[in-house]
Design a binder for this molecule. Structure first.
Ligand code: TRP
Ligand code: SF4
Length: 326
């Protein structure tokens, strides 16, 4: 079992259900069992958003407070901000020396993001180096387990390739980190695509019951149910995908009512919205409580930095030694 866990989130503002089921729940469990490093990847955010960094600080703060409200514990895990740890940048420079250009050009997200984020001019050195920076994040604390979503697997593979090359060139220095893939299914957003802030289809953990009812209300359903009397196929419906998480105890009944037109989508959605809203009640209360302490996020990041700094310093010293820069 993994002993040293690290994962990072790009600061995109408040957390949503995709984060929670993606790997946040896993992180909350892992902090009880292993040494954990959880950080805000603000340099990674800059690789795509460098033209408008105006919200970076606010997003960082929002995300940390949400992490705490969701159950991450700054006494158990080191919670820090990437850009507060310049050791990572120096380490990335060393790793970039040994990483062939072809490896980076082959990473699927490189071309995909170029396509998707047209207009942001991300044909940059920084963006190409995104996975090298990620490798530096992971190796600077010698993490052996990295909880991530499926989209990150190629980055983890690249990290392992860099480890093998580094070890080959300079002697056995790093172990290959493993990805800890979240077991939970894909979380659909209101439009049926993967839930993501960039699609604007998300339900935030801090959403009020009214927000949640509204958002679930506009969720796409099986198009075969054009009227209340048309039977549907729950397996073709994103509302049902969420019922599989939130309404497990009534799943059979819900599927049956859909297939036999026993109820309408409006009722089906109301049941889901209530469940989701109930499940987030404690989160909202804790967040309100945390908001009473202004600056709490920065305080937590400061404490976390104190924990990670010596670890990073030691690893970097060894890397320098191995590469003749000591
Ligand atoms: N690339 C990750 C994402 O987009 C964020 C990230 C940066 C990360 N560095 C990391 C994740 C190191 C795991 C380990 O979600
Ligand atoms: Fe989806 Fe429920 Fe409508 Fe069936 S009844 S299509 S499961 S919302």
């Amino acid at each position: 079992m993994a002993q040293r866990i690290l994962t990072g989130y790009r600061p995109t503002g408040k957390l949503h259900l995709g984060h929670l089921h993606g790997n946040l729940k896993r992180m909350i469990e892992l902090q009880e069992q292993a040494t954990c490093f959880f950080f805000i990847a603000d340099w990674h955010a800059l690789t795509t958003d460098y033209q408008d960094p105006s919200r970076l600080r606010a997003y960082t703060e929002d995300m940390v407070v949400d992490w705490l409200a969701a159950g991450l514990d700054a006494d158990k895990a080191a919670i820090y901000r990437q850009s507060d740890l310049p050791e990572v940048a120096e380490f990335q420079l060393y790793l970039s020396m040994v990483t062939p250009l072809g490896w980076l050009e082959r990473v699927p997200s490189f071309k995909e993001q170029q396509e998707q984020l047209k207009g942001r001019e991300i044909a940059t050195h920084g963006f190409l180096g995104y996975p090298v920076l990620q490798a530096a994040d992971i190796l600077i604390v010698r993490a052996d387990g990295v909880p991530v979503g499926e989209d990150q697997l190629p980055h983890l593979e690249l990290t392992r390739e860099i480890v093998r090359r580094f070890n080959y060139l300079y002697g056995e220095t790093f172990a290959e980190p493993q990805s800890l893939l979240s077991p939970s299914p894909r979380i659909p957003g209101t439009d049926g695509r993967k839930m993501s802030k960039s699609y604007g289809n998300h339900i935030s953990l801090g959403d009020t019951p009214e927000d949640i009812h509204k958002k679930v209300g506009i969720m796409v359903t099986d198009p075969a149910r054009r009227t209340r009397r048309d039977p549907g196929d729950p397996e073709k419906c994103s509302v049902y995908e969420l019922h599989k998480i939130y309404t497990v105890d009534r799943l059979e009944e819900i599927g049956e009512k859909c297939r036999t037109a026993g109820w309408g989508c409006v009722e089906c959605k109301r049941v889901l919205a209530e469940r989701v809203a109930d499940s987030l009640r404690d989160f909202r209360a804790r967040r309100k409580e945390l908001e009473k302490t202004p600056g709490i996020a920065w305080k937590v990041l400061e404490d976390g930095l104190r924990k990670v700094k010596p670890v990073a310093g030691e690893v970097l010293a060894e890397v320098r030694r191995r590469m003749g820069i000591d």
